[in-house]
Ligand binder design. Structure first.
Ligand SMILES: Nc1nc2c(ncn2[C@@H]2O[C@H](COP(=O)(O)OP(=O)(O)OP(=O)(O)O)[C@@H](O)[C@H]2O)c(=O)[nH]1
Ligand SMILES: [Mg+2]
Length: 467
């Protein structure tokens, strides 16, 4: 999303790295490019101006000039400034209203921005993380299909939906609140109607709902792909219906990301959640720190760690590590790990979280089918063979090849790779440094078609930001 900005920033830091100290001139020169990259990423021009001014001011300040390591200082300044323009963010959602009544969460936004989908995602998020018992309210009454869409989501999530066809939006909301109260459901999530453009009819409908229901929290749902339009309409919305925060959808797509960087500065209200896919579990709280890390190409280690934690039980992980250390890691374990890793998402997405790698990936292609082949081969082995690969003789190898639809040479190659992988693991768990790891990787594993994606090794080697 921020590839070009990340590259420019890396270049900027690189330039500074070569300088003995920060001066107004070398900062200004570098920042000129950063300014262009920000504009190119569709960041609002006012935000760009404030951002670069602020970085330059802090960087050429007295304190910094005395510093010993200018490059690190400038990275820190840029990082803090990025965090500053996006935060602070408070993502708590009131689960209960006053006096034990249902809390009311209102979602508003332009047509097609993702309100209905987000309504379902947010409900699921509250159920999964806080054991809440939400109710959805179909307050988009202009289009019958909108009500159907929310009801379908409700069935899919096994959550109640309050709707009333042929009624006006305000009455639907009031009735829904009574229903939620009667059924002890909270929060009540209002999926309101959107228009293509901000118009008086939509605004007065929303204002009326706000006035009568006094929502505990109001979210503006905005489509990140619309860039500056999203920011401008957020500004308009906020003037009329003051909201508490923004849910930015479609951050998984080819959005340039400018909206994520601009909304807080322009509206004074932060992005609180982001939609990163169509499925119901694709909603995440927004963390400015992590976003800044990603923009700076530091990868998003915390997200990766969280994903891994979701996929793997701690005890499993410890047992696995012990096995790796003792080189008892067998093909059965390997199969488990493969399953786990693939359960975490597409390889390329996972790699993008790793510090220093993310920005280098570009449009590098990951051959996931190679993993399919490896899985097929392991699946065709008997449990005994998985535990003791040394049992596999020519006869067994041919049987495995047939069973998995591969050639005998592919089975051989896979076994050879596995042996190497086991060696690498042993070294890594004994605390080997990057050098040894590099050496281990320079073996057959990086050969074309093998485990490491083509071209990545070279890219990694050229990467000096590995810490
Ligand atoms: N990839 C991706 N698709 C999304 C995301 N959020 C919503 N969508 C898709 O965007 C389309 C529109 O979403 P809706 O939830 O229907 O939008 P809406 O704001 O309710 O639209 P109206 O009711 O017509 O105003 C749907 O096809 C969603 O699946 C997201 O974060 N990522
Ligand atoms: Mg809708």
């Amino acid at each position: 999303m921020f590839e070009s900005l990340t590259n420019t920033l890396e270049g900027f830091f690189g330039q500074i790295r070569g300088k003995p100290r920060l001066t107004e001139k070398n900062i200004k020169d570098g920042l000129r490019e950063v300014r262009l990259a920000l504009l190119e990423a569709d960041v609002h021009f006012r935000v760009v101006k404030d951002f670069t001014n602020s970085v330059s001011e802090k960087a050429v300040g007295d304190k910094v000039l005395k510093g010993v390591n200018p490059a690190e200082q400038i990275v820190k300044i840029v990082h803090d400034e990025l965090v500053n323009i996006m935060g602070p963010v408070e993502t708590t959602i009131p689960l209960e209203g006053k006096g034990g009544k249902p809390s009311v969460i209102m979602l508003a936004g332009l047509q097609g921005s993702g309100k209905t989908t987000t309504c379902g995602k947010l409900a699921k998020y509250l159920v999964d993380n806080f054991d809440a018992a939400p109710m959805l309210c179909a307050a988009d009454v202009r289009r019958p299909a909108a009500i159907d869409q929310l009801e379908t989501l409700g069935r899919q999530l096994d959550l109640p939906v309050s709707s009333r066809r042929g009624s006006d939006a305000l009455s639907v909301c009031l009735k829904a609140r009574m229903e939620a109260s009667k059924n002890s459901c909270s929060p009540l999530l209002l999926d309101t109607g959107g228009r293509l453009h901000i118009d008086e009819a939509m605004m007065s409908e929303l204002a009326e709902i706000k006035k009568r229901l006094k929502p505990d929290q109001i979210f503006l749902v905005a489509d990140a792909r619309t860039g500056q339009d999203a920011v401008n309409s957020a500004e308009e919305f906020n003037k009329r219906i003051e909201f508490d925060g923004v849910i930015l959808t479609n951050l998984d797509g080819d959005a340039r990301g400018g909206a994520a960087l601009s909304i807080k500065s322009v509206t004074g209200k932060p992005v609180k959640f982001v939609g990163v896919g169509e499925k119901m579990d694709k909603l995440e709280p927004f963390y400015p720190e992590r976003m800044a890390d990603r923009i700076l190409g530091m990868g998003d280690v915390v997200t990766l760690v969280e994903k891994a934690e979701e996929a793997i039980e701690k005890e499993d992980a410890e047992a696995m590590e012990e096995k790796m250390r003792k080189a008892q890691f067998d093909l059965e374990d390997f199969r488990k790990q493969l399953k786990m890793i693939r359960g975490m998402g597409p390889l390329k997405e996972l790699m993008s979280y790793i510090p220093g790698i993310g920005s280098k990936l570009g449009d590098l292609d990951f051959d996931e089918s190679e993993l399919d082949r490896i899985e097929a081969i392991i699946n065709s082995m008997t449990p005994d063979e998985r535990r003791k690969p040394q049992l596999i003789n020519a006869g067994r190898r041919n049987r495995i090849a047939k069973g998995s639809g591969m050639g005998a040479s592919e089975v051989n190659r896979m076994l050879k790779q596995f042996k190497q992988l086991r060696k690498v693991m042993k070294k890594m768990t004994r605390g080997a440094g990057m050098e040894q790891l590099d050496k281990a990787f320079s073996d057959d594993i990086t050969a074309p078609g093998n485990l490491m994606p083509k071209g990545l090794k070279g890219k990694l080697k050229g990467n000096k930001r590995n810490k």
